[in-house]
Every structure is written in structure tokens, then in C-alpha cells.
Design a protein around this ligand. Structure first.
Ligand code: ZN
Ligand code: ZN
Length: 150
């Protein structure tokens, strides 16, 4: 199934293959600062399963030794997605902008060592005090598939 998403003003839209999408919540301080919220709800998807149309602007930044390309709607400056130099074939979306986002369950909570103390992730969902290894993230994907939530 294809899910669509859009920026706040609607000038930039995108589609993504739901079966290729993995949603996770990141509680790191960078995500708290950049979002101005308690955590960021990310969705990672291979570039081939993602399509974006509409005028956008890009800017580059370097953080934690990685090079990030951030893409925003040209008109309303909603952050659409980003790419990074570590996983250049992957697209990182903000999951809250997808239609039916209430049906997308995070498969993992990461950087819970920095989470807000009032926020208690569900015990059934894998959580990691920092970034999981690729193998640990893969196991979380597998666990979500077995629960039928991915
Ligand atoms: Zn816009
Ligand atoms: Zn983060």
C-alpha cells in the first residue's frame, strides 16, 4: 500500500511504500532540540520506495561526524525528509506528516537514556538507551513483523 504525506501548505507532497517503511521514535537531545518536542518520530525507507514532488530547498549540515542533507518545502519550510552520508540510499521522513500516521506504530524507541522522565514507552516495544546496532534494529523490525504491527 502507498501512503502519502504533505507539508503544512500542501505545495510539497510525497508517497512512500508502507511495506518498506520502518517507524521509530528517537529521544536523543538533538531530536528534542531540532523538533522542539519530547522526541522525533522518524520513518526510514529506501530511496526507491519514496517519491517527492513540489518545490523544495535543501541545506547541508554536519553532526556527529555525519553529513546530512535536509529537505524542506520551499514555501512553508516544513521539514520533509533528510538523507545522511552513513546510509546514503535511505530517506528519513518525519512520520507525523504521513496520512493515517495514527496507525503507524514505532518498532523501537531509541536513545531512551535521554528521554523525558514523564514519557514511558510501551514495554512490548524494544527500546535502546542509545542508537541500536544495525543487527539490533533488524531484530526490532523482525519482532514488529511477528507482532503484526509492521
Ligand atoms: Zn509547504
Ligand atoms: Zn535523535
Amino acid at each position: 500500500m502507498t501512503l502519502s504525506g504533505a507539508c503544512e501548505c500542501g505545495a510539497a507532497t510525497y508517497t512512500v511504500e508502507e511495506s518498506a517503511l520502518h517507524v521509530y521514535a528517537c529521544h536523543c537531545l538533538n531530536c528534542q532540540t531540532r523538533s522542539g518536542s519530547a522526541f522525533a518520530e522518524h520513518a526510514v525507507v529506501p530511496g526507491g520506495a519514496f517519491d517527492c514532488t513540489g518545490a523544495s530547498v535543501e541545506y547541508e549540515r554536519i553532526a556527529n561526524g555525519m553529513h546530512f542533507t535536509e529537505v524542506f518545502c520551499e514555501t512553508c519550510h516544513t521539514r520533509l525528509y533528510n538523507r545522511n552520508s552513513l546510509l546514503p540510499d535511505m530517506i528519513f521522513l518525519r512520520a507525523g506528516k504521513l496520512e493515517k500516521s495514527q496507525h503507524l506504530q514505532p518498532i523501537a524507541h531509541i536513545w531512551t537514556s535521554r528521554k523525558q522522565p514523564w514519557l514511558l514507552p510501551p514495554e512490548a516495544i524494544p527500546s535502546f538507551p542509545q542508537s541500536p546496532s544495525p543487527e539490533e534494529f533488524g531484530a526490532a523490525v523482525q519482532a514488529a513483523m511477528e507482532r503484526g504491527t509492521q
